[in-house]
Design a protein around this ligand. Structure first.
Ligand code: KIV
Length: 278
C-alpha cells in the first residue's frame, strides 16, 4: 500500500485484489486488526448498536464518535483510517458537515470520512472533498435512514430501485468519493455497479462481485447479541470464550483458588513483625 497517499493505494487495488475493511471502536481491537493487515479500518457508527447498546445508529453523535476514533487511532499504524459521520453531523447543512469531517481529521487523526446516501449527499460529498478530506459513500441499506427504506431489508430488488442505486453510485463517484459501501443489495447489482464505476465498491451484504468486503468486527468475532444478518459470517465465538473465562474467575475466587502465590506480593517476615501488634 502507498503510505504517502493511502487513499490512492486503495484506489489502485481495484481489479488487482480484493480490499479488506473491518470496523474497530477501541485501541486493543484496532491494534489487532491493523496487525492482521486489514486495508481499511472504519470507526463505524455501528458503535451505537454493538458497543453502546443503543437502538439506532442515529443515537450517536460527534462526541461519542470522536472519543472512539481517538482510541482507534492510537492502535493503527498501517491501515487507512475512516470515520463514519454520525447522522446529526452531516444530514443538516454542507458547511456543518465539512466542520465535523474536519474534526475527525484534526482532532482524531482519521484520514477519511464515510457518509450514507440521502438527498443532499452529492452536495455534502462535494463540499467535504473540496475541503481536502476523502469521502467514502454508502448506498443500499443505509441504517441511519432505514425507516425511509421500509426497514432493514434488501434494497434494489426491482429494476426501478436498482437503477436508483446505480444513479447514487455514479453521483458519489462524480463528486469525488474514493470508494462506496454497498449494503444489502443483490450480488448481480453489485457486479453492475462495480463495472460502471472506477472507484472500489465495498460489500456489506453486497455479495462477492464487490471489489472488497466489510464486516462489523463484533459480528465477525461473535460478540454481537441478538439477530445476526444473513450476510454476516461469524469467524469466532468470543462471547462463549469470555463467558467461560468469567465463570472460571468467579469459581476460583469463590473457592479460594485465585489469587495463588504466583499472583501475590510478599513482605519480609521481620518487617511484618514490626507492625504486628497482635
Ligand atoms: O457503521 C458501520 O459499521 C458501517 C459498516 C457496516 C459499513 O457502516
Amino acid at each position: 500500500m502507498d503510505n504517502k497517499n493511502p487513499v490512492e493505494g486503495i484506489l489502485s487495488l481495484k481489479g488487482k485484489r480484493k480490499i479488506t475493511v473491518l470496523t474497530a471502536y477501541d485501541f486493543p481491537t484496532a491494534s489487532i486488526v491493523d496487525k492482521a493487515g486489514i486495508d481499511i479500518i472504519l470507526i463505524g457508527d455501528s458503535l451505537a448498536n454493538v458497543v453502546l447498546g443503543l437502538e439506532s445508529t442515529t443515537h450517536v453523535g460527534m462526541a461519542e464518535m470522536l472519543h472512539h476514533a481517538k482510541a482507534v487511532r492510537r492502535g493503527v499504524k498501517e491501515a487507512l483510517l475512516v470515520a463514519d459521520m454520525p447522522y446529526s453531523a452531516y444530514q443538516t447543512r454542507p458547511e456543518e458537515a465539512v466542520e465535523n469531517a474536519r474534526k475527525f481529521i484534526d482532532e482524531a487523526g482519521c484520514q477519511a470520512v464515510k457518509i450514507e446516501w440521502f438527498d443532499r449527499a452529492p452536495e455534502v460529498t462535494r463540499a467535504i472533498v473540496a475541503s481536502g478530506i476523502p469521502v467514502m459513500g454508502h448506498i443500499g441499506l443505509t441504517p441511519q435512514t432505514a425507516d425511509q427504506l421500509g426497514g432493514f431489508k434488501v434494497q434494489g430488488k426491482d429494476a426501478q430501485a436498482a437503477k436508483r442505486l446505480i444513479g447514487q453510485a455514479l453521483e458519489f463517484e462524480k463528486e469525488g468519493s474514493f470508494a462506496i459501501v454497498l449494503e444489502c443489495i443483490p450480488d448481480a447489482l453489485s457486479g453492475l455497479i462495480s463495472k460502471k464505476i472506477q472507484i472500489p465498491t465495498i460489500g456489506c451484504g453486497g455479495g462477492a462481485s464487490c471489489d472488497g468486503q466489510v464486516l462489523v468486527i463484533s459480528d465477525l468475532l461473535g460478540l454481537t447479541q441478538g439477530h445476526r444478518p444473513k450476510f454476516v459470517k461469524q469467524y469466532a465465538d468470543l462471547s462463549a470464550v469470555i463467558l467461560e473465562a468469567v465463570k472460571a474467575f468467579k469459581d476460583e475466587v469463590t473457592q479460594g483458588k485465585f489469587p495463588g502465590p504466583e499472583h501475590s506480593f510478599t513482605i519480609k517476615e521481620e518487617e511484618l513483625k514490626k507492625i504486628d501488634d497482635r
